[in-house]
Design a protein around this ligand. Structure first.
Ligand SMILES: C[S@@+](CC[C@H](N)C(=O)[O-])C[C@H]1O[C@@H](n2cnc3c(N)ncnc32)[C@H](O)[C@@H]1O
Length: 174
């Protein structure tokens, strides 16, 4: 789902920028492309290698097949709603306990970890989820340090992405 350059950016942020003081959010991980890029960056990070710890990356997803675009990643005949959590787990198994996987609608998940150093958002595809993401994650960022990368798609989903830029203003201008 991500372009090669996007994966390289996530890898580089995680390996070179992450201070190992906070957390990394992988919101909308699908089959684990973003998870793998962030995870392999993390395990190559010198500060993490000096003080490894569990549950640094929190990955969120419904883990159920939705829409025609997603269906094309699965064998023909895979029904909408099919569970792809086993395939995700298989793809990122080598990352072990650095992952905290949160299954289901992100808006029903508990409070996010804090502070967040790297915030990757690939889940804000409608206004409801976008609002939740903004309210829950942006207050966890460290002023002057944390980075935020939001994947934007075209159409109504793209609008949700733009909304997130405007809706953080009251938070970041505090
Ligand atoms: C574009 S894909 C993510 C691609 C992934 N980052 C990658 O690297 O391949 C968006 C993901 O968001 C998930 N998603 C959509 N709405 C969600 C929700 N309300 N809660 C949790 N996950 C959701 C979908 O299941 C889907 O896997």
């Amino acid at each position: 789902m991500l372009m090669r350059d996007e994966l390289k950016l996530l890898f580089a942020l995680s390996r070179d920028y992450f201070r190992n003081q906070g957390h990394i959010i992988d919101a909308g991980c699908f089959l684990g492309g973003s998870t793998a890029a962030l995870g392999w960056g993390l395990v190559a990070n010198e500060r993490f290698k000096a003080a490894p710890r569990a549950s640094v990356i929190t990955s969120y997803d419904l883990f159920t097949v939705w829409g025609d675009a997603a269906q094309s990643y699965f064998p023909e005949g895979t029904p909408q709603g099919a569970d792809f959590l086993p395939r995700f787990r298989q793809n990122v198994a080598l990352l072990g306990d650095v992952l905290d996987v949160r299954i289901g609608d992100i808006t029903n998940s508990g409070p996010p970890p804090r502070p967040v150093e790297i915030l990757f958002i690939d889940v804000a595809k409608d206004v409801r989820v976008n609002d939740w993401v903004v309210r829950q994650f942006f207050p966890t960022l460290i002023p002057g340090h944390s980075v935020w990368f939001s994947k934007i798609t075209c159409g109504p989903a793209g609008m949700a992405g733009y909304t997130s830029r405007w809706s953080i203003l009251p938070i970041i201008s505090r």
